[in-house]
Structure formats: C-alpha cells, structure tokens
Write a protein that binds this ligand. Structure first.
Ligand code: F6P
Length: 546
C-alpha cells in the first residue's frame, strides 16, 4: 500500500490560522494583554514536580496557544511521543530508535526496542559504573604504581564531552572535593596540555568516551594521553590501570588497546547529544557519586513521565516547543537565548546548542523534500548577571527579536543569601523590563532631557519564558535537560524533520581528512581545491617548512 506523504506544516489549515492570529495580535502590547487579563500570569504558568514555567510574558493569548496546540495535534506530536517511548525507529534516516528515555527508565519498567526489553541492560551498565565509580572514589582502585586515583580526565568531543562537562560543572558543589575532574575535547594540542598541567600520571585515570570510537579528535587526544602515561610510568601495562573506555564499538576499543573489561557500553539507539545519563556520564558519576547520579536520572524520568502523560496543552516541553515555533516562524526570530542565573550552569547554553542545533539544523524533511519554513534557531547564551553587562543592550533596544529563556532558582546552592537576593532581583527585573519596557512618556515624565528621551526609552514586548526551580541539584538538572530534549524533539515533529541524525557534520570531516594529508606529508597529493583554499594550504606548508 502506498504510504501517504506527510503534509508540509505550512500547508496545514492550522498554519494559516496561526498566520491570522499573528496579524490579529500585531501591535498588541504585553502591557495591554496583562491589563486585559488580570489572571494572565496564573493562566500561563505550569508547574511540574517543583519546576515552574511562567510563559505569560510572551506575545501570545489563549487563542494563539489553542491554535498552536491544534497544530501539534495535527502534526501528530502525541503519536510521535508514544512512538519514541515505544522504541519505534523514529530516527528514520539511520533506521533506528531514538530511545534515550530508556536510559532513565526505572529498574522495573519495560522498554522494548527491536523485540528486546532493554531496561535490564541499561541497569546492568549503570550498576557496573556505580561499582567502578565507588572503587575510584574510595581509593580501592589503584593505579599501576599502587597509588589511588586523584585525577579523572574525560576525553571526548560533542555529545561525548558537552553533557559530562556541563553536568560536572552544574553539580560541582555535589562533587568529591578530593577528586580533580578535567575534560579534554579539542584536537588543538593546547587543550590536552592545559588539562594535564600539574597532574601526576600515576594518579590519573583517563576516561575515553566515543560512541563510534573513530572520532579523530578523541583518538588523537587519547593516543597522546596514552603516550604521556607510558612515558611517565615506563610500561605499556600501565594502560590497563589508567584507561577506561565508553563506547558502542568494542572492536575499535580493543584495537586502541583498552581491554573490553575496562569498557562501559551503550547502544546505537542512544544519540551522542542525548547520552549524558548513559555510560557517557561515567566521569560525572565518579565526580558526584552514584547516588547523586541516580537522583539526576530520577529528574529525567519525572520529566519523561510528564511528557508522555500530560495533554499537549499542559505539557511543558510541548509548550516551550510551540512558543519557540511561534517566534521562529511567525515573528521572524532567528535566535533563541538561554540565560541561566547560576554560574554553575555556565556550560548549559553550549550544551543546548549541540542538542538543538545538531538536532534541528536541517533543511530537508523526513520525506526528503526541502522544508519550506524556517527550522531550528541559533541557540546561544551566557549566565546572568554577566550577560547583562555584555549583550543585554541588544536584547532591550536592538532591532532583533530574541526570545529568551530565563532559568533561576529560589534558593542558592551556596554563597551568602545577600548575593542570591541580588542575583534574583536582577533575574526578575530583566524579564519585567524586557516585557513592559519604558515608554517615551514615562521617560520624559522622569525629567530626562528631551533629546535623550528616544535613547533612554524601551519599547518592551521582548518575549521571555521564566523557568524557576527550588535549588540547582541533580534532580533539577535532570528535569531541565529532559525538558529541552523533549522540546527539541517536539519541534522536529512540528517541522517534519528528523531530529536524530547529523549528516551536516560529515562534509567538513571528509575535506579535513584530505587536507591533513596535504599539510603533513612530505610529498603531498596535488592540491585540488579552489584557488582560495589552495593558497591558504600552501601558506601553511611554507610556514611549517621554516
Ligand atoms: O561530529 C558530530 C558527532 O558525531 C556528534 O554527533 C557526536 O556527539 C560527536 O561527533 C562525537 O562522536 P563520538 O561519540 O562517536 O566520538
């Protein structure tokens, strides 16, 4: 039977309805929307297991939200959510499941992928990781010369780095202070040199993380680390006590020289950028301990349960996805800012950058057709209050509309209360200022010189979501990561794209491989590039020859 092609999203009647709502609300300010609806904040606030989303400071009303939710049902978001939890092969171009939700399933849950309940396997690896992490943390695991491990160096890149590094930093207050956990990702030699500075090789454990175990950056760094270790400890046998691998590719791990007994596995149905709670998080687990890691997994699971069970109109990841689509496609916004008011979440925007941009930076739909609407936004951000003194000028008075997610906490992880009060005063003030601005009349009435009035006025109507949690802890971090994972997935469904492949990274890799030969060989192959690249390559070779 012929399968019906998916209707492109912009050909659906719900899309046309949204365009009408956009025209209807044109010029309607947030001041007016709040004035007309005294219950607006509570109407547009949702709490899930202690995490609160206030989305009232968006350029929406109940009808817009209704129309967005209609679009979600029309594009089958509810069915795709179920398909993901059912372990279906929703990653169509790679013909496999995208089943990261199985990584946080409770021990007694079932999740069947290709006919097998994978949950026991997931927990088997988590148990192995727990036992290993405990041996490292307690000093029971000894290095080659008999010393306990004091330093853990994670070597990986992309999803094999950003998740662990983001979470290790986010949860550093929960980490064992006696352990030094560092991360090496870049093939730039300065990365490994600076990460290893001051470390004693005899007390260092390397965790080499690579789903494929073929990633050039990771293998180059791992080979360098291995050479330094063997040089320092004087024997190849040391590798066994100082290197562990995390991968789906046992053959390549063995080929590298790491015994499979020192390997922690995961599976091809886990995407790199969706993997921090799998064995990919081993360094993190060593840092924070198995109990905190389990609590993070609980947070993931709480959000998964909500995502699967809540109706779309009251579903936090779906709401974030729909509001994002509203700006992306109906307000011409091209970027989305993530603004955590926590220094510990400094790497969270970079983590979400990969999650979102590698997932939804696509221009072909699941049917192989060019998409006709704008897909995933440019994601960026920095912690507040630092960003306020850097780029918020543009958020308040620039010509770009930048929808923002403000992420804050009722209580601090540490530090004096006065600091937290000041931090959060800024947090609340910013979304208020962005939404309601300061009119020319108000500025003039405050006695500002007439010629400065336009410069000192704020138009307002700059949309924000506020995410507020009790305190940054492992559970909350799990909730936040799962929230954004599901948001990104939902947007992919809405736009009709596959959020789980990343073919766009391949061409650069192929060309780099070829150019590497041209840079490094004495008798290089004839350069066969465009004139610009040929001359840049030749300049590099000339400099290297000096
Ligand atoms: O090049 C992109 C990418 O494949 C990411 O999707 C992935 O997270 C990263 O490289 C690292 O891949 P691996 O874990 O296989 O080394």
């Amino acid at each position: 039977m012929m399968e019906l092609l998916q209707t492109p999203v912009d050909q659906r009647p719900q899309w046309a309805a949204l365009a009408e709502h956009r025209a209807r609300l044109d010029g309607v300010s947030l001041r007016r929307l709040f004035a007309e609806n005294p219950g607006r904040a509570s109407e547009f606030t949702l709490g899930v297991d202690g995490l609160l989303l206030d989305y009232s400071k968006n350029l929406i009303d109940a009808e817009v939200m209704g129309a967005l939710v209609d679009l979600a049902y029309a594009t089958g978001v509810h069915r795709r959510i179920e398909a993901m939890f059912e372990g279906e092969r929703i990653n169509t171009t790679e013909d496999r499941a995208a089943a990261h939700v199985a990584l946080r399933a409770a021990r007694d849950q079932r999740m069947v992928i290709d006919g097998e309940n994978v949950v026991p396997r997931v927990h088997h690896v988590l148990d192995e990781m727990g036992a290993f992490a405990t041996r490292i943390r307690s000093g029971a695991w000894l290095g080659y010369t008999g010393k306990a491990i004091k330093n853990v160096v994670n070597i990986g890149i992309g999803g094999s780095d950003l998740g662990p590094v983001m979470a290790a930093e986010a949860l550093s207050a929960y980490s064992d202070p006696g352990l030094n956990v560092r991360f090496v990702s870049n093939v730039d030699g300065s990365d490994i040199v600076s990460a290893l500075r001051g470390l004693d090789q005899s007390e260092t454990l390397y965790v080499v993380v690579s789903k494929t175990f073929t990633t050039v950056e990771t293998l180059t760094n791992a080979r360098t680390a291995r050479r330094l270790l063997v040089d320092a400890l004087g024997n190849e046998d040391a590798v066994r006590r100082h290197f562990v691998a995390v991968s789906t590719n046992a053959k390549q791990v063995r080929h590298f020289g790491i015994e499979t007994e020192n390997m922690f596995g995961f599976w091809d149905w886990v995407g790199g950028r969706y993997s921090v709670e799998s064995a990919v998080g081993l360094s993190l687990m060593i840092a924070i301990g198995p109990e905190n890691f389990a609590s993070m997994t609980d947070g993931f699971r709480a959000m998964d349960t909500h995502f699967r069970e809540a109706p779309l109109a009251h579903n936090m990841p779906v709401l974030l996805a729909l509001i994002g689509l509203w700006y992306n496609n109906f307000h011409d916004a091209q970027t989305h800012a993530i603004l955590p008011y926590s220094t510990y979440l400094a790497r969270f925007p970079a983590y979400l950058q990969q999650l979102d941009m590698e997932s939804n930076g696509k221009s072909v739909d699941t049917e192989g057709r060019l998409v006709r609407v704008r897909t995933g936004p440019v994601v960026w951000g920095e912690p507040g209050t630092n960003g306020q003194h850097a780029f918020y000028q543009l958020l308040h008075q620039g010509t770009h509309l930048v929808p923002c997610d403000f992420i804050g906490f009722l209580r601090p992880v540490d530090g004096p209360d006065e600091h937290h009060d000041l931090l959060m005063a800024n947090f609340f003030a910013q979304t208020e200022a962005l939404a309601f601005g300061r009119s020319e009349e108000e500025v003039a009435a405050a006695g500002v010189r007439a010629d400065l009035v336009p410069h000192r006025s704020f138009a307002g109507d700059r949309p924000t979501n506020t995410l507020l949690a009790g305190r940054l802890n492992p559970f909350v971090l799990g909730q936040l990561v799962a929230l954004y994972e599901h948001k990104v997935f939902t947007q992919g469904v809405l736009w009709g794209i596959n959020s789980f492949d990343q073919w766009g990274v391949e061409l650069g890799k192929v060309l780099a491989h070829r150019i590497f030969d041209e840079l490094s060989q004495d008798e290089p192959p004839a350069p066969g590039h465009d004139e610009s690249t040929n001359s840049l390559v030749s300049m590099y070779r000339t400099a290297a020859a000096r």
